[in-house]
Design a binder for this molecule. Structure first.
Ligand SMILES: *Cc1c(COP(=O)(O)O)cnc(C)c1O
Length: 286
């Protein structure tokens, strides 16, 4: 793993900010998915477990990261995949890394503990990892992003799906740089549910700010405005961003700067959480 991940300073639309390049940690065990898995795998190893069992959709960065890190660190891997049996590029990579894929319908998928117990309850080597790697160990790995910083930032930005990464970052901020504001871009449509999720792991929430108006229609939804932004951003800065997470994140940073919500002299770090295989989802749209 390429850690600590480097920091790039980019200038875009006349605004300058730093980017924590967790997308460069590994091509397939990328970004926050490695941060989350690091302590989970250490715990599995400690307990003598040999078989990682996890859960995700057919386009899950977490499944690819689990498959690749399982192969690298000597675990067998199995994934329960939500929905009808399909093939796509991401699942192909999972299979290459030796992951066994078990497709289950949406109803069955809801009860993950039952799925694990029914299939692997009798296997003492098997180790349960929740969807997206969500758990307390995952927040510890994400808090380590703050340990790797040499500068103090006014604002740290990240994208949020479940909020586990945001919880880890806030934990690190509260301990190390308590004046830093954590600006979280919720990529799912709807009211803020991130604050409650972060609150499961972190008691002090004063430095947390959640933005709910940059979802572009909902999870994995996008429009031409977002695609044009991503093309322009990538061509200008040399940094790829996907339409599910980091494209919406960089769009939000740029928009908040443009509207003066964040001042031009404030020091900003954007956490690039990786997940670039998600770009396969726009192959028919460019
Ligand atoms: C999974 C993922 C996220 C969301 O992380 P949460 O901890 O679920 O909020 C953000 N960015 C990328 C690139 C991801 O793959």
């Amino acid at each position: 793993m390429n850690l600590p991940s480097p920091i790039s300073t980019v200038t875009f639309n006349n605004f300058t900010f730093d980017v924590k390049r967790d997308d460069l940690i590994d091509p397939y065990i990328s970004g926050n998915k490695w941060r989350k898995l690091k302590h989970i795998l250490a715990k599995a190893q400690q307990l003598g477990k040999k078989h990682l069992v996890t859960f995700g959709g057919a386009y899950s960065n977490h499944l690819v990261a689990t498959a690749a890190s399982g192969a690298k660190f000597g675990f067998k891997t199995t994934a329960f995949v939500r929905g009808e049996a399909v093939t796509n590029e991401m699942l192909t990579i999972c299979k290459l890394y030796g992951m066994q894929l078990l497709f289950v319908n949406r109803e069955e998928y809801k009860d993950k503990v039952k799925l694990f117990d029914d299939h692997f309850g009798g296997e003492s080597n098997a180790f349960f990892i929740d969807e997206g790697g969500a758990c307390a160990e995952a927040t510890l790995g994400c808090a380590e992003i703050i340990d790797e910083l040499n500068a103090c930032y006014d604002h740290i930005f990240c994208a949020a799906g479940t909020g586990t990464t945001a919880a880890g970052l806030l934990k690190g901020i509260n301990e190390k740089t308590p004046n830093t504001q954590l600006q979280v871009i919720q990529v799912l449509k709807g009211q803020d549910f991130i604050t409650a999720e972060v609150g499961k792991y972190v008691a002090e929430l004063a430095q947390l700010k959640v933005h709910t108006n940059y979802h572009f229609g909902g999870y994995a939804k996008f429009n031409n405005e977002l695609l044009d932004f991503i093309k322009n951003f990538t061509a200008t800065t040399g940094i790829l961003a996907d339409q599910v997470y980091t494209g919406k994140l960089f769009y939000a940073v740029t928009d908040l700067l443009k509207n003066g919500i964040i001042g031009p002299t404030e020091k900003i770090l954007v956490v690039h959480t990786g997940g670039l295989l998600g770009l396969l989802g726009i192959k028919d749209h460019l």
